[in-house]
Design a binder for this molecule. Structure first.
Ligand SMILES: [Zn+2]
Length: 189
């Protein structure tokens, strides 16, 4: 158990021990609840085949909806960023989830992200605008610059969320009004 916990990101041996003894001492239902949630997640939840957001179905709700504008794609780092943008109620386009940002220090290059899939998606459709909504930090900036470069030859408008989001912060923590304004004030890259 300690070994398994130690494999998780951000969990050192000390924390792994603490979690293990917590579950060992606690009520049976609590440990079973956790075990069932993990099994359920791996069985039922996957990734949308279009935008790579987490989804219980082959297609995430936004991708399946006729009401959404397919000519606009908003590119985000994580599934939680989709939730944050949906909460604004302002955005009517679709999404593309990269599952991270370019970070040479952590060994994350463009090939580790869903960037090739984004390029294919833009190529094979009548997408008119790609809004880059990566986080306002170094990795987010590097990723945005890279995306602008690979999307440029495709003749699509590439914009980025306006500044005003908390610098260095994560999109998912931005309040709805700030995020809605950043979306409204987006600029060409
Ligand atoms: Zn999708």
């Amino acid at each position: 158990m300690i070994e398994e916990f130690s494999k998780l990101p951000g969990i050192g041996p000390k924390t792994a021990q603490r979690l293990t003894f917590y579950l060992l001492r606690g009520p049976r239902e609590e440990a079973e609840g956790l075990a069932q949630a993990i099994v359920w997640m791996k069985e039922k939840v996957g990734f949308c085949s279009v935008c790579f957001n987490i989804s219980e179905d082959a297609k995430f709700g936004v991708c399946a909806s006729e009401a959404r504008d397919r000519s606009v794609i908003c590119v985000v780092e994580e599934p939680l960023d989709v939730l944050a943008l949906e909460r604004t109620g302002e955005y009517k386009g679709t999404y593309h989830v990269l599952h991270g940002a370019i970070s040479p220090i952590d060994g994350i290059g463009p090939d580790k992200l869903r960037i090739a899939e984004l390029v294919d998606r833009v190529k094979g459709s009548n997408v008119s605008e790609v809004i880059i909504a990566t986080n306002p930090n170094t990795e987010g900036d590097v990723t945005a610059a890279y995306l602008a470069r690979v999307l440029a030859p495709l003749g699509v408008n590439v914009t980025r969320l306006a500044r005003g989001l908390p610098a260095g912060g994560d999109l998912e923590y931005a309040d709805e009004l700030t995020l809605a304004r950043a979306l409204e004030g987006r600029r060409p890259v």
